[in-house]
Design a protein around this ligand. Structure first.
Ligand code: 8X3
Length: 268
């Protein structure tokens, strides 16, 4: 999609760090930034699966020979690795302009009392503690130059909690309140904080939630036309390519046939 010449100008030469960039919304966001700026950006792509990042990097470089990409294997849940990762960025990539805090996951739909400790820890470590740690470190860079964009991926789950989602919903409401507190703290700066809250997006999300049970994952989207990763990527890039005086503070995004976590019309 084209956001027009003004958007391309506003994005030109930006250094954009995306977490969870190996698939889904992260990968789509990398592609969307590249397209919107016609390759005139520097992308720092991070995720646990480095091979996937390399594939994405090759693909983007083929389409946009001018694009600059730096890929790093990073698991944001290992919060102690975040500062060393930022410190080791090549000089050309060190002065980050945009942070897309995308890495996140849901594990299971178990009721309270039956939730595995490892699932609780995994969700909080990645969705909350990883996001907070990354933000704290990158914010130092943004404060020095009094500019920068932080996009936090929330969820409908952070607004409308549902049975079986207690931990995931708690992590996403934590993202919401962290984001809004941060925006208030930064009121006297030019640093922008965006929160994007998707509903059902057909990605690896449900495969991960149901731990590889693909049949169960497929059922989440059965009979619906869900959102796809590029639909959310467009909204992220639209936000980051607005004029400096504008912040799209929060965005709730459903597919046309969804109105709540389980309020979904299905053609079945
Ligand atoms: C994903 C949306 O409704 O499965 O963040 O929690 S939901």
């Amino acid at each position: 999609m084209s956001y027009g010449p003004k958007a391309a100008e506003r994005l030109a030469n930006k250094i954009i760090l995306i977490t969870g960039a190996s698939a889904g919304i992260g990968e789509a966001t990398a592609k969307e930034f590249a397209a919107a700026a016609d390759g005139n950006v520097k992308l720092i792509l991070t995720a646990r699966r480095e091979d996937k990042l390399d594939e994405l990097s090759q693909e983007l470089k083929k389409t946009y020979p001018n694009i600059q990409i730096y890929t790093v294997g990073l698991d944001v849940s290992k919060t102690e690795t975040i500062a060393p990762f930022l410190d080791s960025l090549p000089e050309d990539f060190a002065d980050i302009d945009v942070l897309i805090n995308n890495a996140g996951k849901a594990m299971g739909l178990d009721k309270v009392g039956e939730i595995l400790d490892e699932d609780i820890n995994a969700m909080f470590q990645t969705n909350v503690l990883g996001l907070i740690a990354m933000t704290q470190h990158v914010l130092k860079i943004f404060k020095k130059k009094n500019s920068g964009d932080i996009v936090n991926l929330g969820s409908i789950a952070g607004r409308d909690p549902y049975p079986g989602g207690s931990i995931y919903c708690a992590t996403k409401s934590a993202v919401k309140f962290f984001s809004h507190s941060l925006r208030k703290e930064l009121i006297d700066t030019k640093i922008r904080v965006f929160e994007v809250d998707p509903g059902n997006v057909e990605t690896e999300f449900s495969n991960v939630r149901f731990k590889g049970d693909l049949e169960r994952a497929k059922k989440v989207y059965e009979g619906t036309e869900p959102l796809y990763a590029p639909d959310i990527a467009e909204i992220i890039v639209f936000g980051c390519s607005r004029k400096q005086n504008t912040v799209i503070a929060e965005t709730l995004v459903f597919s046309t046939n969804q109105a709540g976590p389980f309020h979904i019309h299905r053609n079945t």
